[in-house]
Design a protein around this ligand. Sequence first.
Ligand code: PLP
Length: 390
Amino acid sequence: MNSQNNLEYSKYSEHAETSETIRILKEFRSQDIPYNRVLSSMCTTPHPLALKAHEMFIETNLGDPGIFQGTKKLEEKLIGMIGELLHGSEVAGYICSGGTEANIQGIRAGRNKMRDKIKDSRNPNIVIPKSAHFSFEKIGDILGVEVRRAKLDEEYKVDVSEVEKLMDENTVCLVGIAGTTELGQIDPIVELSKLAEENCVELHVDAAFGGLVIPFMNNPYPFDFQNDGVSSITIDPHKMGMATIPSGGILFRNESYLRALEVETPYLTSRTQFTLTGTRPGTGVASAFAVLHGLGFDGMKKIVMECLKNTRLLTEEMISLGFEPVIDPIMNVVSFKTEKAEKIRNELMKRRWIISSIKEPRAIRFVIMPHVTEEVIKEFLSEFRKIINW
Ligand code: PLP
């Protein structure tokens, strides 16, 4: 390796297309499975507006907002826009690495705010639905909170009476999910909000996926800050917001939650920091803003409606092949019961088609993202028909 050559950036770009480095990069990248054969991911091909914005903000670091003042203001504007979508009047928050970080920060803020209010501050607990994303496993471990899992009802929504049974004088936070990872189900957030208010505990809503689907549906379920008990919401632009990865979102009802997360930052341009990571990209902010602002409410609704239409198309075809959906799809996630779930998934994988399988109940799972077009579904089904006749 010649270090002098590596520093000559101009020469680099001249030979970019033919250089050995690019050849290696292309070779590895070509081993990835293209999104048009992936029917299980909650991420998608970024929108062209997101790509343009990403390129413009590629060197930004929001970990040092005194330097990137414009990017910081753009983040505030974006949080305001998402806050409005989520019916909050005083929301505060930031764009992070994804749903996992957003969930960690939502629970961490709630725990910190409740610390002096519970009986034993060393033994806080949270009550989450059994259907919660596995990021809550990490949360229990990292934050030292006991994670209690409440049973679901027959529609795979959390059973609020089970949540109530699991609460005690050391409960700091309840969790509801608006768009479960496996089935796209929405928990009864309205009832959870009342329960949280009655018991003076926090309520975190994990709308990592559903947050940018539900608001654009006809008759959207009220999962957001319009419920007085909701304290924080996870909502990820790098899922249905078609932003570039990483772009997760954590929004709080008001600024006081950010104060509960703050640490001092002796050497930076800002005095304190409430984020989990230090250095963090502005690309997620720029790409998320570009899509939401560029498409507007109507443009987003059009894309969501198309995904819902394609979900119905896949569901009807699967029913005609003898498969039964676990629940009637609420959003663009749908799972079908089958004891052969893993076998089907593996067989499709051999043919470079990606779906996922779930265990309770045994089912194959699909996420109909914008890249899963009618054409992709038809192509998939013709391959699928070949493998189910064992
Ligand atoms: N919450 C829900 C409901 C999810 O579906 C996911 C991921 O699919 C996450 C959280 C975690 O998000 P990320 O993978 O961006 O950390």
